[in-house]
Write a protein that binds this ligand. Structure first.
Ligand SMILES: *[C@@H]1O[C@H](CO)[C@@H](O)[C@H](O)[C@H]1NC(C)=O
Ligand SMILES: *[C@@H]1O[C@H](CO)[C@@H](O)[C@H](O)[C@H]1NC(C)=O
Ligand SMILES: *[C@@H]1O[C@H](CO)[C@@H](O)[C@H](O)[C@H]1NC(C)=O
Ligand SMILES: *[C@@H]1O[C@H](CO)[C@@H](O)[C@H](O)[C@H]1NC(C)=O
Ligand SMILES: *[C@@H]1O[C@H](CO)[C@@H](O)[C@H](O)[C@H]1NC(C)=O
Ligand SMILES: *[C@@H]1O[C@H](CO)[C@@H](O)[C@H](O)[C@H]1NC(C)=O
Length: 789
């Protein structure tokens, strides 16, 4: 028994002096060794650790990371001394020399890193609770600090100054310098830059918008940025933001991520999960250099970014997407042997050899054909809405930074050989490669082993025995701690980590925000909507779901995680959710301008606004249906669920209730009970046919008819259904147009809209167009009309 007790006690007796040896400072003449796991500096309140961090097989970097129990190789590193030159896992040392120089020596005895400081007096290296590693004299003179040399992360109050850059890691698991940089350029503006091996370009702020239109200034040359502990970021070029969780007392970090986005992260305490409380770029495909030449980036909220080769191109190296794709054909210089392939809603940023204003499609084709080095061209109408909306033609000599999105209004015409089978295949069938995959290569570091002598062997044996005993002790403590950790960690798991700070709210928080659910602003089948003001002063609409309480917690969370990732200008902005006990709530942005239904009845919509709303709504639904792999159906499209912002831009709301379809091979699913509103509901529901995205198309068609005629489909007109009435009137050539418009409308647009509406409300679901097709039909018209955004 005594032996057993001793066995338990021994590890503690042995390890306690070792643990206490970890202090927050290092004095002159002493060093930290890679061989001793306890040779680390720990800041006074245990927030940060500085020491040797494993970055690969037998490769270590001297780093600072957040002190977390059991983070092992997965700790949150905030700074590294030698990220591009890791040292050997044996005999490497960080030493504070008598001269005052702090040096990092590799086992090969090479100095890989040094602060190059000199001091006669006594100096110490401290790790402060802010995460700053400082070298200072006892009198307090600062010789060197890690805050002056950021790697990819800023901590609260750490400045990003002139001549400093945040450089991303190569990947999530490879800490060496990557291709993305945040820095102040010579124009005094904070920029994001992709600097790849072959190409480089700035992608933030949006290069297609002028610096001043992005809200920045070039006039302040102090070039400094930082953020405070409450989450307020400010930069001398007038770039400011406040984090989504501004004000709360949280751990925060601002990191240039390896995917090219810059994000502010926060979390409640050590060991918790980091959540994104701000990010620079909401459309990941706008980040340059993701897919390499000749490929298109496509963003799918549920699965992330994907690259795909253009038709007729194949991947250069399936293991390295940044190399892009190469053509499978040889392009002739002769104009008679080439043709052009249209890719809708596609853009390749940069590398325009020339651009021509007011060129017709034929003129543009001609301009590209004549040049041997032209790879294709972009054809688009700049700034729709301008009085002289002339088409522009951009002749491309390289196809880089490609992306495709329904939001982008412009087409690419690809130059391809005429007699070729390549481009007859549809785009979707071309090879895709997954950008999210990482290529982790092992570091190959060879060192000659020194001869071991007998004493060393003996010491090793002794150390192993002690180590084994200690291991048992630590293991027991670990088990204990894990249990504690798991209990507290359960709550953290609830965070849905998504873009734009979509987060979980507590019920108490929402109760306070809505002042006890006092101000009702709407009511629908799914629940009641209340107005509220969040703690960060944002005005929100909080929807309290009824009927959903008996829905499983996991199911609700799964759905909410889909909703949280949706992000489109024609969908209402979702901010978060709450799932506590049997409460189920969704939180979204409050929209001032009321719904389409109210605006229609109050006669505030002229023709231009109506057409715009039709187009925007179609784009929002198209995004729901097609850009999400999970196929979110709305199931209740009606004028009450289309909100209008201050510019009369439509925002489709209330898609929170729709169930993402588990797509089978035909994209068909069966939902058990009827959803939707009488008058707008598709016949499939009543006939118990399979439910597809075409139910939304039907409802959308009814909304169009209502916008055209000003008559609601919920009531019969002259004892007929609205659709029948419209069809009969058209046959009889009687005007169907809303008398409130007083004849002020565009005849061509009206014709298209009526046609689209009637196609959409076809009884046969297969005869209805997809939402994508609807957007195309409405846009085909835009070529002749420049009144649209
Ligand atoms: C490391 O952390 C990331 C993100 O938190 C997680 O996805 C990954 O599984 C973790 N890896 C290990 C080995 O724990
Ligand atoms: C955020 O920082 C800026 C610049 O330092 C300052 O002007 C602003 O008042 C701060 N905002 C808050 C809410 O503290
Ligand atoms: C320039 O920016 C710095 C830091 O944000 C600020 O303190 C200073 O007042 C600014 N100077 C001018 C002239 O606006
Ligand atoms: C393209 O030309 C090269 C050399 O001229 C030839 O080797 C290659 O086979 C050609 N490729 C195709 C697809 O015709
Ligand atoms: C654009 O071209 C059309 C026809 O070619 C011409 O009528 C029009 O004046 C041109 N507009 C401008 C701004 O050059
Ligand atoms: C990290 O990436 C760099 C650059 O590609 C490479 O040289 C290094 O071997 C990689 N390190 C690891 C651990 O994979």
């Amino acid at each position: 028994m005594a032996i057993l007790l001793l066995l338990f006690a021994l590890p503690f007796i042995l390890s306690s002096p070792l643990l206490s040896s970890a202090s927050d400072s290092l004095t002159k003449g002493s060093s930290l060794s890679v061989d001793k796991a306890n040779d680390v500096l720990i800041s006074r309140s245990n927030t940060f650790v500085a020491g040797f961090f494993p970055v690969g097989d037998n490769a270590y970097c001297f780093a600072i990371w957040f002190d977390e129990p059991f983070c092992n190789k997965n700790c949150t590193v905030v700074w590294m001394a030698n990220r591009d030159q890791p040292v050997n896992g044996k005999h490497s040392e960080l030493s504070l020399l008598k001269s005052g120089n702090l040096i990092l020596k590799d086992a090969g005895r090479v100095t890989v890193w040094a602060t190059d400081t000199v001091s006669e007096s006594s100096v110490q290296l401290y790790l402060q609770d802010s995460g700053n590693l400082v070298l200072q004299s006892l009198e307090g003179d600062l010789l060197w600090q890690s805050f002056d040399f950021p790697t990819d992360t800023l901590l609260p109050l750490q400045p990003l100054s002139k001549d400093r850059k945040l450089v991303s890691s190569r990947s999530q698991s490879n800490y060496s310098s990557g291709f993305y940089k945040l820095y102040f350029d010579t124009d005094n503006v904070l920029h994001l830059l992709y600097a790849g091996p072959d190409f480089s370009s700035i992608y933030w702020p949006d290069p297609e918008v002028s610096i001043f239109d992005s809200g920045r200034t070039t006039y302040n040359n102090s070039r400094i940025a930082h953020f405070d502990p409450l989450g307020n970021f400010s930069s001398s070029d007038k770039f400011f933001f406040k984090s989504a969780d501004y004000g709360a007392n949280l751990q925060r970090r601002f990191t240039m991520d390896s995917d090219g986005n810059i994000r502010l992260y926060s979390r409640e305490d050590k060991g918790g999960k980091w959540t994104v409380s701000w990010q620079a770029i909401s459309q990941p495909c706008k980040i340059h250099g993701i897919c390499g030449p000749n490929s298109l980036c496509n963003y799918v909220p549920s699965s992330g970014r994907k690259c795909s080769c253009l038709q007729g191109f194949k991947t250069k190296d399936v293991n390295d997407w940044s190399l892009g794709c190469e053509p499978e054909f040889n392009l002739s210089c002769s104009t008679t042997e080439i043709t052009f392939l249209r890719l809708t809603h596609a853009d390749f940023y940069g590398y325009d050899n020339r651009f021509y204003r007011n060129y017709t499609l034929d003129m543009c084709k001609n301009a590209c054909s004549k040049r041997c080095d032209c790879k294709g061209f972009q054809f688009k109408f700049i700034k729709p809405g301008y009085p002289n909306n002339n088409p522009y033609c951009f002749v491309k000599i390289l196809l880089l930074n490609g992306y495709r999105s329904q939001n982008f209004e412009g087409d690419i015409y690809l130059k391809v050989p005429k007699a070729s089978h390549f481009y007859s295949q549809p785009m979707e069938e071309s090879r895709t490669l997954d950008c999210s995959g990482e290529i982790a290569k092992l570091l190959n570091r060879v060192y000659t082993k020194s001869q071991e002598n007998e004493t060393l062997k003996y010491m090793l044996w002794f150390a192993s025995i002690i180590g084994a005993i200690e291991f048992i002790g630590i293991f027991l403590v670990w088990c204990l701690l894990i249990r504690i950790h798991q209990n507290s960690g359960a709550v953290e798991q609830d965070y849905v980590q998504a873009a734009t700070g979509f987060r979980k709210f507590t019920y108490a928080e929402l109760e306070k925000a809505t002042r006890g659910f006092s101000e009702e602003i709407g009511r629908g089948a799914g629940g009641i909507v209340y107005k509220g003001v969040l703690s960060d002063h944002r005005v929100a609409a909080v929807k309290r779901l009824i009927n959903e309480a008996n829905q499983g917690d996991a199911q609700f969370r799964a759905e909410v995680s889909v909703i949280g990732k949706l992000n489109h200008m024609n969908l209402i902005e979702m901010w978060g959710y709450c799932a506590e006990r049997n409460h189920r709530l969704l939180v979204c942005k409050y929209i001032e301008h009321r719904s389409l239904a109210e605006n229609l009845s109050s006669n505030s919509l002229d023709w231009e606004k109506r057409f715009n709303i039709a187009l925007g709504t179609a784009k929002g639904l198209c995004y729901l249906h097609e850009e999400c792999l999970e196929w979110v159906l709305h199931c209740d499209v009606k004028p009450q669920n289309i909100l209008l912002d201050c510019d009369y831009q439509p925002k489709v709301s209330d898609f929170g209730l729709s169930h993402p379809l588990k797509r089978d091979s035909h994209g068909i699913s069966r939902l058990s009970r009827i959803r939707g509103t009488r008058g707008y509901i598709a016949p499939e529901w009543v006939l118990s046919l399979p439910i597809t995205s075409k139910v939304d198309v039907y409802s959308y068609g009814m909304v169009l008819l209502e916008m055209i005629t000003g008559k609601s489909p919920t009531a019969d007109i002259e004892d007929k259904r609205l659709v029948t009435w419209v069809k009969e009137k058209i046959k009889a050539a009687t005007a169907i147009v809303d008398p409130k418009l007083e004849g002020n409308y565009d005849k061509t647009q009206m014709k298209i809209l009526v046609q689209v509406a009637l196609d959409c409300v076809n009884e046969d679901k297969d005869a209805r167009p997809t939402m994508r097709r609807v957007v195309e039909m409405l846009l085909q018209n835009e070529m002749n009309h420049f009144c649209l955004v």
